[in-house]
Design a protein around this ligand. Structure first.
Ligand SMILES: [Ca+2]
Ligand SMILES: [Ca+2]
Ligand SMILES: [Ca+2]
Ligand SMILES: [Ca+2]
Length: 289
């Protein structure tokens, strides 16, 4: 019988390939024994129901809102399970994965101590194999990728970046896998392949931003990188397509607000000023009407 996702994680823990402490190891062994006893019990008793309720709408909304607003939170699908996983990184440089149902929260995994406090956590199926990866960046320019069984898929070298200003995930080239798009502290853009984790591109120009999004915001078919500093760059060649007279905002989103089929850049600031809407195709800020 194929193992379920959580059983697979249990097997993974048994093989000692995660980062739990010795105290956790003791309780993990107990949990593991208890888990098998419970599994045997469940196999022997008739199935009378699901056992755990699916997440209700408000719980999912709360998880999504937390993941959207907190850069170090992300939602991760729990395959073949009724709940969902929250992945979060803390200021003690540790990643946590917590399995959430309507009435429970179980910590499934804790990473080893990473090299620097966690600045951002993303979840994406980078290589398109149907399972999610956790992508994390820390203070000091480190990037870590874990698969859904919490094995390390990639870890960059300490000397790669002294700092990372922004990071996003997008498919910016011809291969099927996503790329990790990195804006280094020195302004250089790197594309790291999400399947092989080789560097596929390094920009010759440097850029400045604290946030960036990849999208198609004009008439050409190519993707653009939109920097919150007010710059739009062709994602394949690195050419600057538009430099706005002001920054777009502290934070940016893309949305087709005028219904012409092309996304606008929605910029907003930390100090509650109204949003600004920039039409990249027309190279102008749009009035709020
Ligand atoms: Ca994957
Ligand atoms: Ca690609
Ligand atoms: Ca385009
Ligand atoms: Ca539009």
């Amino acid at each position: 019988m194929p193992l379920s996702y959580r059983e697979e994680i249990g097997v993974n823990c048994m093989n000692g390939r995660n980062g739990l402490s010795r105290l956790d190891e003791w309780s993990r062994t107990s949990r593991f024994t208890m888990g098998w006893l419970a599994l045997v019990f469940l196999m022997l008793m008739p199935r009378v129901g699901h056992g755990q309720s699916d997440l209700d709408y408000w719980k999912i909304l709360a998880m999504d809102r937390a993941a959207y607003r907190v850069p170090t939170f992300a939602v991760m699908p729990a395959q073949n399970e009724p709940g969902q996983n929250i992945v979060y990184g803390d200021r003690y440089a540790i990643l946590h994965v917590v399995y959430i149902t309507d009435n429970s929260a179980d910590e499934l995994w804790r990473s080893p101590t990473l090299d620097g406090e966690v600045y951002e956590v993303l979840v994406e199926d980078l290589d398109g194999n149907g399972t999610s990866e956790i992508i994390c960046r820390t203070r000091g320019g480190r990037i870590y990728v874990y698969d859904d069984l919490f094995n390390v898929r990639y870890e960059n070298l300490r000397e790669d970046y002294s700092e990372i200003s922004a990071m996003t995930i997008a498919n910016v080239d011809d291969d099927a896998a996503y790329e990790i798009v990195v804006l280094a502290g020195n302004g250089i853009i790197d594309y790291i392949d999400g399947a092989q984790f080789s560097r596929e591109y390094r920009s010759t120009q440097s850029y400045r931003a604290t946030e960036m999004i990849v999208g198609n915001v004009d008439n050409d078919a190519q993707l653009e990188i939109i920097f919150n500093s007010g710059m739009v760059v062709d994602a394949s060649a690195g050419d600057i397509e538009w430099r706005a007279s002001s920054q777009f905002g502290d934070h940016i989103e893309l949305f087709d607000i005028d219904g012409d089929g092309i996304d606008e850049v929605i910029g907003y600031r930390n100090n509650n000023q109204p949003v600004s809407i920039f039409d990249v195709d027309e190279q102008q800020e749009k009035p709020l009407r």
